[in-house]
Design a protein around this ligand. Structure first.
Ligand SMILES: *Cc1c(COP(=O)(O)O)cnc(C)c1O
Length: 391
């Protein structure tokens, strides 16, 4: 049967998932085949195992290099979700075992669910959680954070970049404040690694969640950065064979980890040029759309990802707009929520009213986005938007 030819719409949902770079796929496939590095990297009795271990450690170095860390500070996990669970729940458990009596942690209302739900688990165990309101653009200043710190605080978890509006925080400034008070600082850097997230070694940042899936690497793999200059008592959440120096048991998924390493290596070499090009495309889209009537751009005008643009089209429901646009595949919220027609909790927490939140589209761009694609999308929005508003 001949493959069905479909004209697929322009993909502008990179913040949910990215296509995997062909160079990454090639390295991953080499880790699956009989003539490649398919072996268990924990097998010490033959050359197959040694070679697989070599690949895993090489990938660990690439991941470390991109974020300015030492390979000793990188622990592979199944993704940023697991990394954030390990950071928050593992630290609470580890501190409890050490007899640390602090039971308060701080996060924001606009964190990813992986962080929020980890906090909820601790709340159900008697911990106290402060869910900070950010500024309306989605940022948190050291002054805002400082007011919430108390003697009882042991952890602050604030993302470097928000996945819905793309606002970027100065996590070094936030972490410095925490370090002065001997409070651990965790950051979800799933969206920002490659574009931001620098100089983690010797920094005040304790823990960082990483994933390659937003920068043209595979899903189902991630890493946790654990600052080796701080005494961070993490208890593992997954126990077994003691892989990843006892912090995360389970056979290391060589092909996934190698894919992550390659994706990070490409970002190390091309990240800054990707940043400039993608940011230029975002500027184009922002300028074209903000010139239209009843259009509002959300988030920060100065501190933002190059890849995310959140746009409110007043008086048009976003899911209606997206359904009527044949050229565009974008998102009404984060992927975890886009099944329901509920507006994004993140937009609501930023003070966007319910109707406007329901009228908001997240455009997210990436390595394979082109100007020609954006021109097609813009042209169709200009055509359809007035028609939809008339209804
Ligand atoms: C995608 C994403 C995650 C989840 O990462 P997984 O690797 O899928 O677990 C967490 N936080 C943010 C901000 C994200 O964008």
């Amino acid at each position: 049967m001949a493959p069905k030819v479909v004209n697929r719409p322009v993909y502008l949902d990179y913040a949910a998932a990215t296509p995997v770079d062909p160079r990454v796929i090639e390295e991953m496939v080499n880790c699956l085949k009989i003539e490649g590095n398919f072996a268990n990297s924990a097998s010490r009795d033959h050359v197959y195992g040694w070679e697989a271990l070599d690949k895993v450690e090489n990938a660990r170095s690439k991941v470390a290099d991109l974020v300015g860390a030492s390979p000793l500070e990188i622990y592979f996990t199944s993704g940023a979700t697991e990394s954030s669970n390990l950071a928050i729940l593992g630290l609470a458990k580890g501190l409890f075992k050490k007899g640390d009596l602090r039971r308060h942690l701080i996060t924001t209302k606009i964190e990813h669910k992986a962080v929020l739900e980890s906090c909820r688990v601790l709340e159900s165990e008697g911990y106290k959680v402060t869910y900070l309101d950010t500024l309306p653009d989605g940022s948190v200043t050291p002054e805002l954070l400082e007011k919430a710190l108390s003697e009882d605080t042991f952890l602050v978890s604030i993302a470097e970049a928000n996945s819905v509006v793309g606002t970027v925080n100065d996590i070094h400034a936030l972490a410095n404040l925490c370090q002065k008070r001997e409070i651990y600082f965790h950051s979800d850097c799933a969206q920002s690694a490659g574009y931001f997230t620098h100089d983690l070694s010797h920094s005040a940042i304790s823990l960082v969640s990483l994933t390659p899936e937003k920068i043209c690497g595979p899903k189902g793999v991630g890493a946790l950065f654990v600052n080796k200059e701080q005494d961070i008592p993490l208890s593992p959440l997954i126990v077994g064979g003691g892989q990843e120096r006892g912090l995360r048991s389970g056979t290391v998924a060589t092909h996934q980890v190698v894919g992550m390493g390659k994706a990070f290596e490409i970002m190390q070499k091309e990240g800054q040029s990707d940043f400039q090009r993608i940011n230029g495309l975002r500027e184009y889209l922002k300028n074209e759309l903000s010139a239209l009537k009843g259009v509002v751009i959300n988030g920060s005008d100065t501190h933002h990802l190059p890849s995310v643009l959140s746009v409110t089209f007043k008086s048009v429901e976003a899911h209606v707009l997206l359904a009527s646009l044949r050229t565009l595949a974008a998102s009404t919220g984060s992927a975890c929520n886009s099944k329901s027609l509920e507006p994004s909790y993140i937009l609501l927490a930023l003070g966007v009213n319910e109707q406007d939140a329901k009228s908001t589209v997240r455009f997210s761009l990436g390595r394979f986005t082109t100007l020609e694609e954006l021109q097609r999308v813009v042209a169709e929005i200009k055509e359809k938007l007035p028609l939809l508003r008339q209804k």
